[in-house]
Design a protein around this ligand. Sequence first.
Ligand code: ADP
Ligand code: MG
Length: 411
Amino acid sequence: VDRNVLADMRKLIEDFPSFAKKYRLIKRIGEGWFHKPSQPPGQWANHTSIGTFSTVYKAEDKLYDYYNNDWKDQIEATKWTPPPVRRRHNHPSSPRRPNRYVAIKKIYVTSSPSRIFNELDLLNDLRNCPSVCPLITAFRHTDQVIAVLPYFRHSDFRSYFRDMTIPDIAIYLRSLFTALKSCHEHHILHRDIKPTNFLYDPSTQHGVLVDFGLAEREGTETKPCLCHEGRPMRRARQVNSVWAQTSNGQNQPGYPKNDTRPSKRANRAGTRGFRAPEVLFKCTEQTTAIDIWSAGVILLTILSKRFPFFNSADDVEAMIEIATIFGSRRMKAAGLLHGCVFETTIPTVGTQGFSLEKIILWSTCRNEDKPLTTEEKMAVSFLERCMELDPSRRITAEEALQHEFLKMHDP
Ligand code: ADP
Ligand code: MG
């Protein structure tokens, strides 16, 4: 056992004596940011959320009673089934009360305490939502905050995604989109949809969405973005003016990296490789559609059997990866929606791009004589709807649940 982990656990118990009475810490789960393997930061940072830090432990609730607790309804609402009750019959003091595990999330104060409040506040709003991890309680000691969540048994995505059948994928996504529908109905953007934040147990086929550390309410801190201008004519005029601005000598047209115009400051929190094009184009009026794109990246990962599918080190590289698939023409159009000029001279980025079907056939090394099955085609057409470059045309979570692919094996 890592000494740092033990020291952290001891500190936690010292700082929260009331907590220690109720819970018994078992082990650390998830990846704490300061315990990452000693690789150069760039290597793991690609798949780490930017802007949030926490450590999660598994613990046992010593006083828990399944049949007599006040958050039973909340647990039931997630459609999660508690593990079967195991009684130690042969022990004289055999407690009838089964073990009850919780996840203890210690949230670090990074940017501001309001971030922590935000996470707890949103979780509180989302209680009773199917497939969203409920919040049991939270403790604070000076500047430290811990959130107590029911423990969900889950497997590492990398251990099962290559073996998923099309019906498995549909069931997985139905669970994920059920969670997204609840969030989006509450006008909450999760902002960090990726496999490690969706805890899935392939044996029970249940999943819960966790980690609202980067989540935000729709419409906070927004400045108008061109993509929200209604009529196309008006939109075209405004884009032209941006063009003029970029080519009049103040700014060279080029990658948005060089774009220093003050209006282009937007929330870019999330995980590289899962960020929607509008996030990369620094749209200032991001909507819940960003989560749908990320869910699409998960589906693309599963279908192509490649994780991580996108492996960029920065935003510009991420745009190039997306442009390689969709083609520079569509990528340019996508940028213009947000008043952003996308120019590229990278030879691998063609104008036309490729169909997602082609990308999947290539990544799984299938040649032309083994085309996609009808079911696989259905999955790809669903994927196309999730990975629309224009957020206003992307499928919504509610529509997704009505899509033939997700309804395919609906019991
Ligand atoms: P972070 O902000 O550090 O990413 P998360 O909330 O995503 O924090 O939790 C990190 C990891 O801890 C998750 O990927 C998961 O493995 C584990 N974890 C979090 N919540 C739970 C839970 N309720 N049950 C089981 N494991 C959990
Ligand atoms: Mg996380």
